[in-house]
Write a protein that binds this ligand. Structure first.
Ligand code: SAM
Length: 227
């Protein structure tokens, strides 16, 4: 019943993890993992009433109330110390929202020692910039194509002294090593879009020079990574 995207996220959840799925909507992910016997304890966090109701109803339907708790909460405040959560999933939302959830969690200490499995729908490199700036090491990454859209999954843990280049944060340090077919397809498409954008920028009046320079630099990176 899981989408290909969520199934790929589920693969990164370690066996017997104590899981918090933030922005769980119908609690599809924790239900799938508990039913698969991979996870015995999960929190399904939701900020909105409607999705929370849907999550609670699904958990009840599968008779999993002892293993999955649906909580109405903003971001990581869904996690209580007694839960002893060790793995946090934040999937299916914009990268900027993920960043703000992480920033708030960083302030209240709920992020400490957690394995993060993040699947931003956009602004992936902003998420990686946040991770690097906050001493997270990116252990693994995956890119998948689902219904013509590309999704990136980023797995990270706290580690002092993790350093990345701007290029690594742009493409993903692991993704640019793996260079899978989906990765190449995504960046080939991006390159074509950028070529069009650049043509338009050149024709437009009063475009700041640094904007054109930045576009050109990214295009050179893409060409390099695809070669
Ligand atoms: N995680 C699921 C997935 O990947 O399919 C559901 C994604 S759904 C598009 C995003 C969900 O995140 C929505 O149900 C929304 O209410 C919830 N959400 C948005 N901001 C949130 C926040 N600050 N804290 C908790 N949940 C949030």
């Amino acid at each position: 019943i899981l989408s290909q995207r969520l199934a790929a996220v589920a693969e990164f959840v370690p066996r017997k993890a104590r899981l918090a799925d933030i922005g769980s909507d119908h609690a599809y992910l924790p239900i799938f993992l508990v039913r698969a016997g991979k996870v015995d304890y999960a929190i399904a966090g939701e900020v909105a009433q409607g999705p929370l109701k849907a999550a609670s109803a699904q958990v009840k339907r599968y008779d999993l109330e002892e293993k999955i708790t649906a909580r109405l909460a903003d971001g990581l405040t869904a996690i209580y110390p007694k839960d002893q959560i060790d793995t946090i999933v934040i999937a299916g939302m914009g990268g900027i929202l993920i960043e703000s959830i992480l920033t708030n969690g960083q302030k209240d200490g709920s992020l400490k020692g957690q394995r993060l499995i993040l699947q931003p729908n956009n602004h992936e490199s902003d998420v990686r910039h946040w991770l690097a700036a906050n001493h997270y090491k990116i252990y693994d990454e995956q890119i998948i194509e689902d219904y013509g859209k590309f999704y990136e999954i980023i797995v990270a843990c706290y580690q002092e002294n993790s350093h990345y280049t701007s290029k690594e944060l742009y493409f993903g340090p692991v993704l640019m090593q793996k260079k899978t077919a989906s990765f190449q397809k995504k960046w080939q498409k991006k390159l074509e879009i950028k070529q069009k954008v650049l043509r338009n920028l050149k024709n437009a009046h009063r475009v700041p020079k640094d904007k054109i320079t930045a576009e050109k630099r990214q295009m050179a990176w893409i060409e390099e990574v695809l070669s």
